[in-house]
Design a binder for this molecule. Sequence first.
Ligand SMILES: Cc1ncc(COP(=O)(O)O)c(C=O)c1O
Length: 392
Amino acid sequence: MPPTSDRPTSDPRVLLNQVTPHPPAKPSTRDPLTLHQRLPGYERTPLRVVPALADRLGIGALYVKDESVRLGLPAFKMLGASWASYRSIIRHTGIDPNGWDAIEDLAEIIQSHLPLTLATATDGNHGRAVARIARLLGLDAKVWVPIDMVKARIDAIYAEGATVTVVDGSYDDAVKVAAAAADDRTLVVSDTSWSGYETVPQWVIDGYSTLMFEIEDQEAELALPMATVVSAPMGVGALAVAMIAKFAEAKPRPVFIGGEPSDAACVLTAVESGEVVSIPGKHDTMMAGLNCGTVSPIAFPVLRDGLDAVVAFDDEWAEEAMRLLAAEGIVAGETGAASLATLLCLVDRRPDLRNQLNLGPNDTALVVVTEGATDPVNYDRIVGRSPASVEN
Ligand SMILES: Cc1ncc(COP(=O)(O)O)c(C=O)c1O
């Protein structure tokens, strides 16, 4: 029996961002998509229309972009990790980006430049994805993880052939250790930025554009009206920036809502104070992918100017969203459910904001399930079923 639950009752922190200018959309190319299409197992992920969840939210329609399986991994992160790794390798080696067709050919060309290591910190999915692209290309991978990472996620990175080092500290501490690893044989592929290290994290953001181009194509093919409200889950804010960069070009422009855990509300705190602020760890949330104490500095200006609302909420909303998605046959891990959880806590606890945030009966919302069940034990505990039984 699935655990029955009353609706969550904790109030979210909501920051309405009405005064700042909205940045224009940033044109992106389909170059990352062309790379992704050459990776093993590329398939467009589903865009699901889920009437039952739209009813639960009290809106007209809900689209769920389901990233629970992407390029053979249980999260969307390979999109950014592969593009940023690829661009970093091209820059480092000087090899001709047009001189290969299949990924095996690229691996062959890179041989003469070995040894080469890809290095990163991670709160789970990004590191696993960097390790995967390193493996595909015959490179080494070194990944640093925070001390509170669950074993299943560490094992998954290790299984990609990476060296995994647990840092006695938070994700932010792991980022500092990984940054120091850069040398002439070690390329740091981080999804967050710091002073003097901005190009690679921008490539990560550019890599996420594939997800948005797919949604655009799927909406067109299915003759679906475009979403009037877009919900982005936020860790360091890179995915939210990619979503804003693409969908801000829609007319009318949708409302953008960013969601993050109460305990790691680094975007809300930064937007409120007008500057990047670090929230010291340890952050206590099971939304591991969003467990970041510092917004990426290159993401901050786009989020400050582009988000209409920032919402920080407790884990119980993610749990509720996981169960609701499971009831519709969609496997979403704790972080993966955060995009829906953001809307749930708003409609339940802040109905006064429905009109302002395009959460009315004629609105259409887009959420991204960014991750499948990367901690199966916790998934079972929350949903009361194994991920495999949900899929069937
Ligand atoms: C599954 C998942 N969803 C969302 C995010 C948030 O992305 P970002 O850190 O770019 O805000 C992450 C980050 O690691 C993640 O792993």
